[in-house]
Design a protein around this ligand. Structure first.
Ligand code: ARG
Length: 461
């Protein structure tokens, strides 16, 4: 069976067997393979390529195999090269030689491409749902921390304060783009490969569109050569997954920093942290660290598949079997990371005081002082230079920016009104002054939360 014919006389070398076999990983295509075979068999009967009674036998056999797989009773034989051969072998064991009719007008080449398209579609939907759940958590947490000031950073140096809600929502919008990328992936699996045969089409007048409808594909792949060689949708999934995982890694990295003693902005809940085997005081943000580290693994799978596909002559080449492990591992990794991220962010405890104290460092108001000068007619570049001198005076004097002496102020920035200067740095008004669209002022945050909720409602509708 494994060699299909008497074409070969020597047995397989064990090393070749191990290299060539894909059953250890492609067994997870089984549910899709069965779904597809049932639709294929129905089409064959509809087009009078097989008899009605053949269809009934095939359906009965395939249903039994489905049950065996669902109940984890499906036994793989040593000679089963891949899941497609295993299912056909078992089908013939159950219903006899009529089982061999399932492969009429079909090749493993169009079969595996179809299974894979179904798999990618199903898991794009799961990624979509996982992302949506995390977006929901982020909006809820933003709502809870609407007016909690914290420093905003560039170069990981304190730059300008923002509200925590604003920072959390930044991830919401990143994830929304991820969601759109997974929608694109679903569209990329719309064209049914099945019916392309090995590469050139088949010697029967089949109805591919009827299978497409049966399996919820929107259309058929127009070119049989393209159909069996196309793995674009796998690249699309891996690309979307790599970008999404990269976002999660940024989130993870920030939580690692924020939960350190040095920042002290948040604490990861016990459910997402571990202890140390030697240091009893330790509470480690492992989940966040792993989110940080998983992204390059998925990006690696994307690069690896580009490597497999680049320069590959059309149509099917065994190289294509190397698409699966990259895809499967990316799917498992991403789905796990999304679930862990939602759980961890949902249970993070933020420290209002620590963040507020860091946000109150008045050097973060330097741009606001510059803008005060701008409002009195000083060109911004000049204002920037004047405030830089004030910053230097404060740093050298070891005082806050708002505490430079009246003498220094008069000398460096005669254009500034001292009372106004001290006031702008004293009350932390720099958050509420960021009134531009997309900015951190409370009114803009309120708009943003409403907009985010609207996005979620639209997706749910
Ligand atoms: N296991 C193979 C794969 O995953 C199935 C297709 C085999 N086709 C072939 N012509 N050998 O790619």
């Amino acid at each position: 069976m494994s060699r299909f014919s008497d074409r070969f006389s020597e047995p397989w070398d064990p090393a070749f067997l191990a290299l060539n076999s894909s059953i250890s990983f492609d067994y997870r295509l089984a549910p899709y393979d069965i779904e597809q075979s049932l639709a294929h068999a129905r089409m064959l009967a509809r087009c009078s390529i097989i008899e009605e009674r053949d269809l009934r036998a095939l359906e009965q056999g395939l249903e039994q195999i489905r049950t065996e797989i669902d109940e984890d009773r499906f036994a793989v034989a040593p000679d089963d090269e891949d899941i497609h051969m295993a299912i056909e072998r078992r089908l013939t064991e159950i219903i006899g030689p009529v089982g061999g009719k399932i492969h009429t007008a079909r090749s493993r080449n169009d079969q595996v491409a179809t299974d894979l398209a179904m798999f990618v579609r199903a898991h794009s939907l799961r990624a979509h749902d996982g992302i949506l759940a995390l977006m929901q958590v982020l909006v809820d947490r933003a709502e809870e921390h609407r007016d909690w000031p914290m420093p905003g950073y560039t170069h990981l140096q304190r730059a300008q304060p923002v509200y925590l809600s604003h920072h959390l929502l930044a991830y919401f919008w990143k994830l929304r783009r991820d969601l759109q990328r997974f929608n694109f992936c679903m569209n990329a699996t719309e064209d049914l490969p099945l019916g392309a045969g090995a590469l050139a089409g088949v010697n029967f007048d089949t109805s591919r569109m009827s299978i497409a409808q049966d399996l919820s594909f929107g259309a058929i792949a127009e070119n049989s050569i393209d159909a069996v060689s196309n793995r674009d949708f796998v690249l699309d999934y891996l690309g979307a997954a790599a970008t999404c995982a990269t976002h999660l890694s940024q989130l993870g990295a920030e939580i690692v920093l924020w939960s350190s003693e040095e920042f002290g902005f948040c604490e990861v809940s016990d459910a997402f942290a571990s202890g140390s085997s030697i240091m009893p005081q330790k509470k480690n943000p492992d989940a966040a660290e792993l989110l940080r580290a998983k992204a390059p693994r998925i990006a690696g799978h994307l690069v690896a598949l580009h490597g497999v596909l680049h320069g590959l002559p059309l149509t099917y080449n065994k190289d294509l079997q190397e698409d699966k492990e990259h895809l499967f591992d990316a799917v498992d990794t991403l789905e796990l990371c999304l679930a862990a991220a939602a759980g961890m962010v949902g249970t993070l405890a933020f420290d209002r005081e620590r963040m507020a104290a860091a946000a109150a460092d008045d050097f973060q108001g330097a741009t606001d002082v510059a803008d005060l000068l701008v409002k009195s007619g000083v060109p911004f570049r000049e204002a920037h230079g004047i405030v830089a001198k004030l910053v230097r005076a404060a740093v050298e004097g070891g005082v806050a920016l708002g505490a430079v002496t009246a003498g220094e102020l008069a000398q460096i920035a005669p254009q500034l009104d001292e009372r106004e200067y001290r006031a702008i740095l004293a009350d932390g008004a720099w958050l509420e002054s960021k009134v531009s669209e997309g900015g951190t002022a409370s009114s803009r945050i309120a708009d943003q939360i409403a907009q985010a909720r609207h996005v979620l409602e639209e997706i749910a509708a």
